[in-house]
Design a protein around this ligand. Structure first.
Ligand SMILES: NC(=O)c1ccc[n+]([C@@H]2O[C@H](COP(=O)([O-])OP(=O)(O)OC[C@H]3O[C@@H](n4cnc5c(N)ncnc54)[C@H](O)[C@@H]3O)[C@@H](O)[C@H]2O)c1
Ligand SMILES: O=c1ccn([C@@H]2O[C@H](COP(=O)(O)OP(=O)(O)O[C@H]3O[C@H](CO)[C@@H](O)[C@H](O)[C@H]3O)[C@@H](O)[C@H]2O)c(=O)[nH]1
Length: 436
C-alpha cells in the first residue's frame, strides 16, 4: 500500500477478533497498536507468540512486528492520542438477563475518552445490541469524535481468511463521513461494502447469527424426525443443498450449535426484542431446540450403552465447540459431556487442540494424548467435534481397545462402512444404523 494511505490504528482487546483485526490491518499496510488488559498476553504477543489456534495468524503477527507496523501494549490511553481510528474488540458476554454485558466496552471508553484526539473515529467491532453505538457516542461525550459500528463476521478457525476475504463489510454511523473513512481501511479487500445507519449495522450482525442458529436447529430437528421415520438426513441435506435459495452451508446436523457467539447473540436478540415488546418465537424455539438436541445426543449414548451409564467409562473424541479451534466457550461437546457425567459416566477425552490444563475440563473429562487412549476400556466412543483426523483412525485398533464395540457419531462425521468392517456398531444422527 502507498504509505500516504496508511492509517494509525489502535485495537483494544487482543483476542480472536482484536488480534486478527490488528494483524490483518497491519498486513494491509496500516500502523497498528493492539492493547489488552492481560499483561501476560501482551508480553507473549510482543515476542510474536500467539496462543490461540488460528491458521495464518502467528505468521501475520510476526511479520507485522518485523516490519514495525504491529506492536502491543497494556495501556490504551497512552497510545490513543495519535490514533486515526480506535477499534473496540473487547468481550460482550451474556448478562444474567440474556442481554449483552457491555461492562468491558464502557470501561474502555471511560479509560480513553479524555485522551482521544479530535477528529478520530471510535469503531465498535465487538458485537453490541442495537442502540449501543449511539449510547457509546453519548458516553464519549465529544462532538469531535465519531462512533462507527463495524460488526465482524469472521468464523473462528478461519479468522484470517474471513477477515481478508469477507462476504461483506458493514459500516453504520449517524456520521456517514466517519463511516466512509473507516471504509478506506478496507479498500484493498474485494468485498461489497455496505454503509448504513448505526442501528441497522448492529442489527445485521444479530440477524445473521440468529439466522444461522435457526437454520442449524431446523436441520437438527429434521435429523431427529428422520430417525423416527427411517429417513436418511445425509441424503436429505444433500438434496436441499442443490436448491440455490437454501445454500449448502450450515446444513450438517450435530450435537447442537455452540461457541462464543451463537448462544449469546441469540439470547441477546431475544432480550432486545423483549425490551421493545416484540416477540421472537422462532429464535426462542431455535434456542430451546438446541438444548433438546444436546439432551437427545446424551440419550442416544445412554441407549447405545444399554440404558445406563452408571459405572461406565466413555471415550470422547473432540471437546471444542467445532473443529479448527481451541475454543471451549459454550461448547456443545462439553454440554453433552456434562449430561453424561450427571448419569454416572467416567469421561476420558481427546482433542487435538487442547493441552489438558483448561479449567473447563476440570472435574469433567480426563484428557489423554490420542484417540486410542480415549478408546481404551470404554463402553462407547462418542464423537462430538468433527476434527478431520478422526476419519482416519485405525478402527480395528479401536475395536481391540474398547470394552464394547460401540461408536456414537453425533456429527455423522465417520465412514460407517469402515467402522462396520472393523466390527464396530456405528450410531449416527438422523440416519438408519445400516446406511450404505
Ligand atoms: N470470536 C469470534 O469468532 C467473534 C466473531 C465476531 C465478533 N465477535 C465479537 O467480538 C468481541 C470480542 O470477541 P473475542 O472472541 O475476540 O473475545 P476474546 O475473549 O477472544 O478477546 C477479548 C480480549 O479483550 C481483552 N479485554 C477484556 N477487557 C478489556 C479491557 N477493558 N481493555 C482491554 N482489553 C480487554 C481480553 O483480555 C481478551 O484478550 C465480542 O463482542 C464478540 O461477540 C467475536
Ligand atoms: O453445518 C454446521 C455448521 C456449524 N455447526 C455448529 O455451529 C456452531 C457455530 O459454528 P460457526 O458459525 O462456524 O462458529 P463461529 O466461529 O462461532 O462463527 C459464528 O459466530 C461468529 C461470531 O459472531 C460470526 O462472526 C460467524 O459469522 C458465525 O458463523 C458450532 O458449534 C458448529 O459445530 C453445525 O453443527 N453444523
Amino acid at each position: 500500500m502507498d504509505q500516504s494511505r496508511a492509517h494509525r490504528i489502535v485495537v483494544v482487546g487482543a483476542g480472536y477478533v482484536g488480534l486478527t483485526t490488528g494483524a490483518c490491518l497491519a498486513s494491509l499496510g496500516h500502523h497498528v497498536v493492539c492493547c489488552d488488559v492481560d499483561a501476560g498476553k501482551v508480553a507473549q504477543l510482543s515476542r510474536g507468540q500467539v496462543r490461540i489456534h488460528e491458521p495464518g495468524l502467528p505468521e501475520l503477527v510476526r511479520e507485522g512486528i518485523r516490519v514495525g507496523r504491529l506492536s502491543f501494549t497494556r495501556c490504551a490511553a497512552s497510545v490513543v492520542p495519535t490514533a486515526d481510528e480506535i477499534f473496540l474488540c473487547v468481550p460482550t458476554p451474556m448478562a444474567p438477563d440474556g442481554g449483552a454485558n457491555l461492562a468491558a466496552v464502557e470501561s474502555v471508553i471511560r479509560q480513553i475518552r479524555a485522551a482521544l484526539p479530535a477528529g478520530c473515529v471510535l469503531v465498535t467491532k465487538s458485537t453490541v445490541p442495537v442502540g449501543t453505538t449511539a449510547r457509546l457516542a453519548e458516553l464519549v461525550g465529544r462532538g469531535d469524535v465519531a462512533v462507527v459500528s463495524n460488526p465482524e463476521f469472521l468464523r473462528e478457525g478461519l479468522a484470517v481468511q474471513d477477515f481478508l476475504h469477507p462476504d461483506r463489510i458493514v459500516l453504520g454511523s449517524d456520521d456517514p463521513d466517519a463511516a466512509y473513512r473507516v471504509a478506506e481501511l478496507y479498500t484493498d479487500l474485494d468485498a461489497p461494502t455496505l454503509v448504513t445507519d448505526a442501528a441497522s449495522a448492529e442489527m445485521v450482525k444479530y440477524a445473521a447469527n440468529c439466522f444461522l442458529a435457526t437454520k442449524l436447529s431446523y436441520v437438527n430437528d429434521v435429523a431427529e424426525l428422520c430417525e423416527q421415520v427411517g429417513a436418511d438426513v445425509a441424503g436429505i441435506t444433500e438434496y436441499l443443498a442443490h436448491d440455490r435459495r437454501i445454500t449448502p452451508s450450515f446444513l450438517r446436523p450435530g450435537p447442537g450449535w455452540g461457541g462464543s457467539c451463537l448462544p449469546k447473540d441469540t439470547a441477546a436478540l431475544l432480550r432486545t426484542a423483549e425490551v421493545v415488546g416484540v416477540d421472537l418465537p422462532l429464535v426462542r424455539a431455535a434456542i430451546d431446540a438446541n438444548h433438546r438436541h444436546q439432551r437427545r445426543m446424551a440419550a442416544k449414548v445412554v441407549a447405545a450403552c444399554g440404558g445406563s451409564l452408571a459405572g461406565t467409562r466413555l471415550g470422547l473424541l473432540g471437546l471444542t465447540f467445532k473443529a479448527g479451534t481451541d475454543d471451549l466457550r459454550d461448547s456443545p461437546a462439553l454440554a453433552v459431556a456434562r449430561l453424561l457425567a450427571e448419569q454416572g459416566a467416567e469421561l476420558v477425552g481427546y482433542d487435538p487442540a487442547l493441552r489438558g490444563d483448561e479449567p473447563e475440563l476440570a472435574h469433567l473429562v480426563t484428557l489423554v494424548d490420542d484417540a486410542y487412549h480415549a478408546a481404551k476400556g470404554t463402553a462407547a466412543l462418542v464423537l462430538l467435534t468433527d476434527w478431520p483426523e478422526f476419519r482416519d483412525l485405525d478402527w480395528s485398533r479401536v475395536a481391540e481397545l474398547a470394552a464394547r464395540p460401540v461408536v456414537v457419531d453425533t456429527r455423522n462425521h465417520l465412514d460407517p462402512a469402515a467402522l462396520r468392517r472393523a466390527g464396530l456398531d456405528w450410531h449416527g444422527t438422523g440416519r438408519p444404523s445400516r446406511v450404505r
